[in-house]
Write a protein that binds this ligand. Sequence first.
Ligand code: DGL
Length: 275
Amino acid sequence: MDNRPIGFFDSGLGGLTCVPYLMEALPNERIIYFGDTARTPYGSKGISTIRNFSMQIADFLINENVKMIVIACNTVSSTCLDELQQKYPQIPIIGIIEPTAKVTAETCNEQDHIGVMGTKVTIKSKAYEKLIYNLNPKLNLYSTPSPALVPLIEEGIIQNEIMDLSIKYYLDHFISYNKINTLILGCTHYPLIRKNIGKIYSGLRIINPSAEIIQSIIAELKAKDIFSDEPVFDNTFYASDLSENFVNMINRIFENSGFKVVFKSFDLETPQMRC
Ligand code: DGL
């Protein structure tokens, strides 16, 4: 048993899309979340910048005494997972791409045309292709970057025409030309526009990594025998810039949950609490 919290992080509010799945599957696990809202998006930045930001956040979460770190970000998982695991061997660190690749390989066949949408960095890394082809080289994979979607989501521009037009801009040709029937939402922000995508492309099967990562978390907690056995009353959410959207999104997730949510702002550049 280990009653310390699990640390989650993302470039912004996208990683919050993993949280309801965790709350449902593991109600005893406490969360400390870090959203790097002041420096989002990561997906168009250089890999060494993303690596430095991720290591700062991992240092911060380890200082907060977490028992595990969940990289709730495809961009970081696709580029820095190995480095983070090597730098912090004392703590389990879980990426989001491996569990998604596993589910994709298990549930798709050669007739499927599988699309991956993600940030520029994630798509360029070919992390999904490498892991999925490794499990089943006969699958048909196609990928496309869709970089403007994350800033729109961070701004809360979700259920409206601008978002629908942006989705169509990136996906219309991609889906029809490649005859995509299965789409991996390769960025943790995208589950927030899942309804828009489902409405525009009805019949498309959608694979959601924010849901799939929970199986890896459970497997790791089980392997290390570090489940928590204490009820949770509060969860803490840090942001490098405590934006209104970040706070609203969390309030929406925890509405009626009975949890106390603690918001804190943390400046990673000059490590001082600004709470
Ligand atoms: N939510 C992130 C991901 O899964 C990062 C998006 C970004 O910051 O560009 O890739």
